[in-house]
Each structure stands twice: as structure tokens, then as C-alpha cells.
Design a protein around this ligand. Structure first.
Ligand code: NAD
Length: 340
């Protein structure tokens, strides 16, 4: 069945990695029609808005997007495009699988974690004001409805994928009411949705220590927005970095697939970016669309390239000396050869 995919190339390394992902997905056998859309810093310059109405309308209609990273100014300027998209389309669950990959050498083996992050509220509500000069308040907004739906999603996800344990990271010892509510909802959804799955609760500082000591003891991680942002990057570091961790932003009426990494301005336009994280996000998208055969073909292709470990086929962040284009060519070559 043909699918129309909204494609946001984004800023920085975005155009390079989205071009790579698009080529790989096109070679997978899935029938995809791409709808290129503007968003990000470049869109702001061209259209006067970081997310032009035409982009919003297209996502509203087609409900599926593959998105490159976008730049957000630090300490000033416009609201994050990512936060806006996630809130506009109620993409409340960020799902980030983090797994050890054969051929990528790291300190750890057997990492098989999925980070599930609440994506629409918490500290990222973007509500800040100056109470009196020199005193800023940032509001952390936590709602029962928001906590329940992410917890329900996490337990349903764990059950549908045969996972054994959900660990909630929280700071309810300090934020007794906000994180207390998050924890309370997790306990109730556990009972309601999947009581057979183990529920573990860890204060987040201890959780981070346990993660770097032995990540293999974790299965599904559930947390609120801000904590999930930090822990996602931490987890990426356990398995080879931001170049190898994909993501999905899922809501009840749509989904946007994107890598965990940002626009990496330090390497933009230099043919240095690892396109794998976005390719893997594309694989998540194909599975979401029911195109599992095409998804499996891409997975087999990158597994083969990584396992071969030829430095002329891997980008520098994962131990090679190749560029984005050479890595992409290697993936396309495996797809055309049909490796299993
Ligand atoms: P970043 O993820 O862009 O980069 C962090 C480090 O990882 C850099 O050294 C970078 O070179 C490296 N890196 C990232 N992706 C890589 C890849 N695919 N291949 C090889 N190396 C890679 O984080 P940052 O530098 O803190 O943020 C840069 C910009 O990206 C900021 O404006 C930030 O707001 C934005 N950002 C966007 C998203 C998104 O659009 N989803 C996510 C995170 C950050």
C-alpha cells in the first residue's frame, strides 16, 4: 500500500541525514511518496514562521512525518519547533529504543532499553516569567490526564513487545506533588494495564548511577519530559552515541519519527554526520505503517554494514573514516544485494 510521508529536512546536519534516510527507505521496497515540508530556523527566514501553516496542515492530513533535527536558539529567540510540534499534534509519547549493536564497540554489552518519555508537559511547557527583576519562575506543569496516558502507553507498549519490567525514574522525594502524581499514575496504570509486568521505582539520581554501572539490568524506562530528555542522551552514550539512537513521537492521531540527536552545527555540511539514527527512525516508521518486511530489509542491511566493520563504510563517530554519503552507499549496496 502506498504511503504519503511528510518530510522535514530540518537544520544543520538535517538535510544530509534526511537525504540519506529517504534514499535508504526508497530502496527498501515500501511504496512511499514524500512530501517535503519546511520547518526550523531556515523556515523562519523564508516564511516568517518556524512551522508554516502549510507544514501543519500537511501533517494534520497525512498524520505521519519523518523529521530531521532543527536548531533552537539557546537562552533567547523562538520556541522550540520540536516542543511546538509535539504539543500541536499531542504526540505525548517519545519512544527511544537504545540497544547494543554488533560491530560498535562500547563499554557495555547487552543493552536493550526503551526510553518512554512524556512529551507534552512537565518543565517543557515553556511557561516562564520574571516575578521581580532577577527572579525567574519556570513552571513545571503536571496533569493527572497527562501522567495517566503516558503510563498507560508505557505498560501497553511493554506488554505488546513481551518486555518484562518498567522502571519509573522520578524525583518524588523533592517534587512530592508533581512527581508524586506521576508515580501514583504509573502504579495505577500498572495495575490496570499490565500487572504481570514488574514495576520498579527509582529516584532519578540513583537511576542514572545504576544506568552507567550496569545498563543491562534495565528494560523499559518511563519518565516525565525533562528527565526523559536527559536520560535519552545518557542512554545513547551507552551504545555508541547519538548517531545510533532513533526515536518516535507518538500520539493518538499521528506520529513524527526523528532521531534523538540535534542539528549538530559543529559537523553540518561536512559529510561527517552519521545517518543511521534517522534511518533507524525510518525503520520504526515503516513498522508503525505495517511495512515490516521493508523495515526488516533495512535492519538486515545496517546490521551487515556494522558487523563487517569496514572503516571505509562507517562514519567517524562509530569508529570509521567514511562520510555520510559513503555510509549511505554501503547501506544501499546491501539493500540491492539483499543481505539477510
Ligand atoms: P546535538 O545532538 O546536535 O550534538 C551533540 C554532539 O553529538 C555534537 O558533537 C554532534 O556533532 C554529535 N552528533 C549529533 N548527531 C550526530 C550524528 N548524526 N552523527 C555524528 N555526530 C552527531 O546537540 P547540541 O549540539 O546540544 O544541539 C544542537 C542544536 O540541535 C540545538 O539548537 C538544539 O536545540 C537542537 N536539538 C534539536 C533536536 C531535534 O530537532 N529533535 C534534538 C536535540 C537538539
Amino acid at each position: 500500500m502506498p504511503h504519503t510521508i511528510c518530510l522535514i529536512e530540518g537544520d544543520g546536519i538535517g538535510p544530509e541525514v534526511t537525504a540519506a534516510a529517504r534514499a535508504v527507505l526508497d530502496a527498501s521496497g515500501a511504496e512511499l511518496t514524500w512530501l517535503p515540508l519546511a520547518a526550523g530556523a531556515a523556515a523562519a527566514e523564508r516564511f516568517g514562521d518556524t512551522i508554516p501553516e502549510a507544514t501543519l496542515e500537511a501533517i494534520r492530513t497525512h498524520r505521519i512525518a519523518l523529521k530531521g533535527p532543527v536548531t533552537t536558539p539557546v537562552g533567547k529567540g523562538f520556541t522550540s519547533v520540536n516542543v511546538r510540534l509535539r504539543k500541536t499534534f499531542n504526540l505525548y509519547a517519545a519512544v527511544r529504543p537504545v540497544r547494543s549493536l554488533r560491530g560498535i564497540r562500547t563499554r557495555y554489552e547487552n543493552v536493550e532499553i526503551v526510553v518512554i518519555r512524556e512529551n507534552t508537559e512537565g518543565l517543557y511547557s515553556g511557561i516562564e516569567h520574571e516575578v521581580v527583576p532577577g527572579v525567574i519562575e519556570t513552571l513545571k506543569v503536571t496533569t493527572k490526564a497527562g501522567c495517566e496516558r503516558i503510563a498507560r502507553y508505557a505498560f501497553a507498549y511493554a506488554r505488546s513487545r513481551g518486555r518484562k519490567k518498567v522502571t519509573v525514574f522520578h524525583k518524588a522525594n523533592i517534587m512530592k506533588r508533581a512527581d508524586g502524581l506521576f508515580l501514583d499514575c504509573a502504579r495505577r496504570m500498572h495495575e490496570e494495564v499490565a500487572p504481570e509486568i514488574a514495576l520498579e521505582e527509582l529516584i532519578i539520581d540513583n537511576g542514572c548511577m545504576q544506568l552507567v554501572r550496569d545498563p543491562s539490568r534495565f528494560d523499559v524506562l518511563l519518565m516525565e519530559n525533562y528527565n526523559g530528555d536527559m536520560v535519552s542522551d545518557l542512554c545513547a552514550g551507552l551504545v555508541g552515541g547519538l548517531g545510533v539512537v532513533p526515536g518516535a513521537n507518538i500520539g493518538d492521531e499521528g506520529a513524527i519519527f526523528e532521531a534523538v540527536h540535534g542539528s549538530a552545527p559543529d559537523i553540518a555540511g561536512k559529510d561527517l554526520a552519521n545517518p543511521l539514527a534517522l534511518v533507524m527512525s525510518g525503520v520504526m516508521m515503516l513498522n508503525h505503517l505495517g511495512e515490516s518486511a521493508a523495515a526488516d530489509r533495512i535492519k538486515a542491511a545496517y546490521d551487515d554494514v556494522l558487523a563487517q566493520g569496514d572503516p571505509d563504510e562507517l562514519t567517524r563517530d562509530i569508529g570509521g573514516r567514511a562520510g555520510t554519503k559513503a555510509f549511505t552507499r554501503a547501506l544501499l549496496e546491501r539493500l540491492s544485494r539483499g543481505v539477510d
